[in-house]
Write a protein that binds this ligand. Sequence first.
Ligand SMILES: CC(C)(COP(=O)(O)OP(=O)(O)OC[C@H]1O[C@@H](n2cnc3c(N)ncnc32)[C@H](O)[C@@H]1OP(=O)(O)O)[C@@H](O)C(=O)NCCC(=O)NCCS
Length: 192
Amino acid sequence: MLDVVVASSYIWSGARPTRMLLMVLDAGQCKIRSWQFSDLSSLVRQADNPAIWRNVRDGFPSPYTDSDAERWLLHAASANPETNFAIAVNGEAVGGIGITLQADIHRVSAEMGYWLGEEYWGRGIMTCAVSAFAGYAFSTFALSRVFACVFEWNRASARVLEKSGFVLEARLRRSAVKAGRIIDEFQYALVR
Ligand SMILES: CC(C)(COP(=O)(O)OP(=O)(O)OC[C@H]1O[C@@H](n2cnc3c(N)ncnc32)[C@H](O)[C@@H]1OP(=O)(O)O)[C@@H](O)C(=O)NCCC(=O)NCCS
């Protein structure tokens, strides 16, 4: 049983949409919850790290500035449905996790993405987060498949997905360019 509170309402505080209720999902080692504007400084502190940027899409800024964080928090808070969430440890937002719902005939699929502040790596936090969030995604959206793409050098992320029950389905040869290199990606998926 998922321990989750979901909200879809907003109040407006100045120019910013603020959720009246927060989604909170207990993932054991961490909580997955709605982003809040008070997360701005911890978001910048954790996200401004080339070691994270190296493993995610180029849409994730580096350096990661206050205005990048503000843009992200505004985007996350205004999205309906809400699909991007903070990973919180001891109340502090130290990472992010989300899905991108696919369109047209792929609307039963969603791509999952995630990152965690480096000082929290290696404690099993993301394995808890990915397992819990996949369950949340399947129970909240009409999905039959959640997938994730991992850069060829990212063994830690591949391991997280394997520990969370995802299956390696494909090696997408020379499918992406990151940090000036053409690379392969590994596609993992979990099906309902
Ligand atoms: C990848 C990432 C999410 C992992 O988070 P985490 O909380 O440290 O992961 P966990 O502790 O749950 O599990 C990590 C696993 O990878 C293993 N691992 C770590 N580095 C490894 C490496 N270089 N080679 C092989 N395995 C490795 C760990 O030993 C652990 O497996 P184990 O429990 O079997 O020992 C985190 O490092 C991160 O945010 N990286 C930058 C962004 C990123 O890669 N996002 C994902 C994009 S697909």
